[in-house]
Ligand binder design. Structure first.
Ligand code: GLU
Length: 449
């Protein structure tokens, strides 16, 4: 059977690092098994869904290199939900309720006060035909709950958490449809997972109790012969937390834009999120195929995964050091060629810092002042410049021999005079880029002090 996974964001905001991770894992799971990855836009809530967020979700996935094999939108599938709802209704698995929010809140408080779990008491199931008619006559429209079957525990073998067991009697019958006919998350998602042949539902552990409900829904749909497909496999990954181990508000607002603005490469985010919270080592792996190859739900741990921005920065730096000129050509300063990229690359944490180092080549550089002895040395260096294969080696070789200087005394004044800095890219690579005329000019200027 072909693997079908899906990522199902609600377009009520930008993707944050937690949903990016879920999207990535679903995509990797599909890729690993040669399957299909769907982007499903959960836009049943017209009040909160925005088209600009749909576009931003698509753009963010594209930036990360996550390419969906298809896109579905819940707002275009409302007729399917109606049909599924009618099938459940005919099977006696949904029922109308008339309580107001305040009434429900009061019931909750009373149950809590009695030490009972604050679940719905199924009061609406006690209503007679006449009671309901009376409510409708008052102009009250019902909202609808799915009736859980209390007869047997709900069980599944979770791809990350292992054997799961829920007592349905400890869960509220979930509201699935509002009084105005609009849908809450639970039913459309289950209908779509069945209709779209989703084989693996991989999502955050905040959905574990939804899964218990949806498993009963799947069974009810199948029993009502609404659809005949099998129930998907489920896996719930541990939550992503800040590096202190706490749920972090900041993570909820950290998205692709913020990472891009900081100069983070999408591959760095992918390399980190692919393995964070798993038993596999987080490494600066540039090739997504290599990450996909090792993807395995069996390596996922149950402890919260700690997202550390410093770790992301380290991976980014290591990846930048591996990037080829062709990967970055469009983002480099004017005139910077392959040799220039190779010279500055080891000094970068972010690609956009290339410009700062490139200025050491193009100038102007920071003028430095030197002691008399170094000035004489630099004047001699200007004379010794010999533009062959490897001008830096030639220059330092000649100066070493003629002045007897070595180590820092030999190299540092040259670097300072030629670049205006104490540290920086390898001079052997940089000097040919600076060029003979500019190099002589800089050495002479430094020699004059
Ligand atoms: N729209 C839901 C969410 O963003 C989807 C959950 C799911 O994967 O079923 O939480």
């Amino acid at each position: 059977m072909t693997t079908v996974t899906r990522f199902a964001p609600s377009p009520t905001g930008r993707l944050h690092v937690g949903n990016i991770r879920t999207a990535l894992h679903n995509w990797m799971l599909a890729r690993k098994n040669g399957g299909t990855f769907l982007l499903r836009i959960d836009d049943t809530d017209p009040e909160r869904s925005r088209e600009e967020y749909v576009e931003a979700i698509r753009a963010d996935l594209a930036w990360l290199g996550i390419v969906p094999d298809g896109e579905e939108r819940q707002s275009q599938r409302l007729a399917h939900y109606d049909a599924a709802f009618e099938a459940l209704r005919a099977a006696g698995r949904v029922y109308p309720c008339y309580e107001t929010q305040q009434e429900l809140e009061l019931k909750r408080k009373i149950r809590l006060g009695r030490g009972l779990p604050p679940i719905y008491d199924r009061g609406a199931l006690e209503l007679s035909e006449d009671d309901r008619a009376a409510k409708e006559a008052e102009g009250l429209a019902p909202h609808w709950r799915f009736k859980l079957d209390h007869d047997a525990p709900i069980t599944w073998d979770d791809g990350v958490r292992g054997a799961q067991k829920f007592d349905p009697a400890q869960l509220s019958d979930p509201v699935i449809r509002r009084a105005d006919g609009s849908w809450l998350y639970m039913l459309p998602s289950a209908v779509d997972d069945l209709d779209m042949g989703v084989t693996h539902v991989l999502r955050g552990e905040d959905h574990v109790s939804n899964t218990a409900v949806q498993i009963q829904m799947f069974t009810a749909f199948i029993a009502a012969q609404y659809v005949a497909q099998h129930v998907p496999a489920f896996a719930h990954e541990a939550l992503l937390v800040g590096k202190e181990g706490k749920l972090s508000k900041r993570l909820g607002s950290l998205g692709c834009d913020a990472f891009r603005d900081k100069g983070i490469e999408p591959q760095a985010l992918v390399a980190l999120l692919a393995r964070l919270g798993t038993a596999l080592p987080v490494e600066p792996i540039a090739e997504t195929a290599a990450l996909v190859e090792t993807f395995d739900l069996g390596t996922f741990g149950r402890a919260p995964a700690k997202f550390d921005e410093a770790e992301l920065e380290r991976i980014n730096t290591a990846l930048v050091h591996q990037m080829e000129f062709a990967d970055v050509a469009g983002r480099l300063p004017e005139g910077m060629d392959e040799a220039g990229w190779h010279a500055v690359r080891p000094n970068l944490s972010h690609v956009d810092e290339a410009g700062e180092w490139w200025r050491l080549v193009t100038g102007p550089i920071e003028p430095r002042s030197f002691e008399a002895e170094d000035r004489a040395y630099l004047a001699q260096a200007a004379e010794e410049l010999d533009w062959g294969e490897d001008p830096w080696r030639a220059l330092t070789g000649a100066l070493k021999e003629k002045t007897g200087r070595k180590g820092k005394a030999l190299f540092l004044p040259l670097r300072q005079a030629l670049t205006g800095m104490d540290h920086g890219p390898d001079m052997g690579e940089l000097l040919p880029l600076i060029g003979e005329a500019r190099a002589r000019e800089r050495l002479e200027a430094a020699a004059q002090g």
